[in-house]
Write a protein that binds this ligand. Structure first.
Ligand code: G3P
Length: 218
């Protein structure tokens, strides 16, 4: 399972990239606004930190302008992945861009039928928002299961990118279902490392090691 981080903040991206476990980054207009940074500038900086896909979202709602915006965004770096909304114009843009060899992430997916459309449009990634699905009284993971089944039925190569991940259980459930990618805020990724018994175990080993009076490095 690939791990993307869902942020436009540079320091957490650098920090996670240093673990060697980070496969990409996702941003959206809200995250860019939160960063307070210039969109082009921060996207260029992120693309220089990670080798994998960096999603940068168009903000136009019509196909022609989406194409113009994508043209600007894809010149930032080779690893830019153009993010488009799951609308008719978004999928027209997806089809055109992937036909030209540009990576596309189709975002704001809330139904398996929408995911089917995105796959037919040649999307590189489909982003179902599990947290927002849960918030509205649905089970986000049912959506991931349905998309996995449909994509496997037809051999679609579109990668399921589980988004709007709010906690570690979302990551576990998505991995059990076989989602290809998950994108989560830095805190959720850091939470994956934690276990009280790991901390307790280290504490015990350190205490016993101190009793030996030995050192490994002379
Ligand atoms: O990747 C999509 C994500 O940024 C949305 O997350 O928590 O705002 O629903 P959230």
């Amino acid at each position: 399972m690939k791990f993307f981080v869902d942020t436009a903040e540079i320091e957490p991206i650098r920090d996670l990239a240093a673990t060697g476990l980070l496969d990409g980054v996702t941003t959206n207009p809200s995250l860019i606004a939160k960063s307070g940074r210039d969109f082009m500038e921060v996207t260029r900086e992120i693309c220089g930190i990670v080798d994998g896909p960096v999603s940068a979202e168009v903000v136009a709602l019509d196909h022609a302008t989406m194409m113009k915006e994508a043209e600007v965004l894809r010149k930032i770096a080779d690893n830019v992945c153009i993010k488009v909304p799951l609308t008719v114009d978004g999928l027209k843009t997806c089809k055109a861009l992937t036909g030209e060899g540009t990576m596309v992430n189709v975002t704001l997916c809330f139904s398996a039928n929408q995911a089917l459309l995105a796959a037919k449009a040649g999307a590189s990634f489909i982003s179902p928002f599990v947290g927002r699905h849960d918030d509205n009284g649905f089970d986000g993971m049912d959506l991931i299961e349905d998309i996995r089944l449909i994509y496997d039925n037809y051999g679609f190569e579109t990668e399921i990118l589980v988004a709007s991940v709010r906690h570690t259980m979302h990551v576990l459930q998505a991995a059990k279902i076989g989602a290809d990618v998950m994108t989560a805020p830095p805190k959720v990724i850091h939470d994956l490392f934690k276990h009280v018994l790991t901390d307790k175990g280290i504490e015990g080993f350190m205490a016993d090691w101190a009793k030996t009076g030995q050192t490994i490095l002379k």
